[in-house]
Design a protein around this ligand. Structure first.
Ligand code: MLT
Length: 269
């Protein structure tokens, strides 16, 4: 694996990892994560594909954007990475917030897109209620409440089974999330609040779309995501039992198989 850095006026530093050879597969992490989120799946996927894993602006080794963050700016940062790697065709994979950014990428650079994998993610915008909850979280974080925010939010991402059987890993994930910069957390929340609805982008879409759904997910709930799984012309739909919002940690082997099958399909059609 190589870890690389590029600079651009809006993005003082973008860090990303590249591993493997072959057709390109981009993995975009969600909130409040870094590219490390994909650690349990990138090795196996790199046996067949060239896997690109950026840290989104303001997370991990990537610095905050110099202008207010949006999903479109995240997509732009990913395009800069792909340009640096001379990649013209991609399967974009986004976990949750990474899926919102992947959708922006698809809208902006459609000609590059061979397929889109939405991992515990949805194409609609936030409801007013959700926006209000996020604004309250931003106020809490800005008032020094990053720690209680993280301690409450991370366990809510996992299934009951995982929490019962992996208490140490859960604690480690909380400790890791606590390293996130408070301003960056607010940047991401504002970008999510301001993102447009992109259901229309998927309606009748010619590129294949994969949906990875956790039965116990409360953030991208199965009943809501399932409503979007017939929008595109070709949909791959997987519903995981004993899984909430974190398939790459809760069910990594299954996710590797499902993603690999999807990416193969995208490049052979
Ligand atoms: C994520 O996992 O990226 C976030 O929970 C997404 C969200 O809050 O909508």
């Amino acid at each position: 694996m190589q870890v690389k850095n590029i600079q651009h006026n809006k993005f003082p530093n973008i860090q990303y990892r590249v591993v493997g050879d072959g057709d390109a597969l981009v993995l975009l992490h969600g909130f409040p994560e870094t590219g490390e989120l994909w650690k349990e799946v990138w090795g196996d996927l790199s046996k067949n594909f060239r896997v690109i894993i950026p840290d989104l602006p303001g997370s991990g080794g990537s610095s905050r954007c110099t202008v207010p963050l949006t999903m479109e700016l995240i997509a732009e940062s990913v395009k800069l990475v792909l340009d640096a790697e001379h990649i013209d065709n991609v399967v974009m994979t986004g976990h949750s917030m990474g899926g919102y950014a992947a959708l922006a990428f698809v809208e902006m650079y459609l000609g590059m897109v061979k397929g889109l994998a939405m991992v515990h993610s949805m194409a609609n915008a936030d409801t007013e209620e959700k926006k209000e909850t996020r604004r309250k979280s931003i106020a809490l974080i800005q008032n020094g409440g990053k720690e209680p925010f993280i301690r409450q939010m991370i366990p809510a991402l996992f299934s009951e089974w995982y929490k019962k059987n992996h208490a140490d890993e859960l604690k480690a994930r909380i400790d890791k999330a606590l390293l996130q910069n408070a301003d960056s957390l607010c940047d991401f929340y504002n970008a999510m609040i301001n993102r447009p609805d992109r259901v229309g982008l998927l309606t009748g879409a010619a590129f294949p779309v994969q949906w990875i759904i956790g039965k116990e997910d409360t953030i991208a709930p199965a009943d809501k995501v399932l409503q979007q799984t017939t929008l595109a012309n070709v949909n791959f739909v997987e519903v995981y039992a004993d899984c909430a919002h974190m398939g790459m940690i809760e069910q990594p082997k299954k996710l590797i198989d499902d993603l690999a099958g999807f990416v193969q399909y995208c490049y052979s059609n």
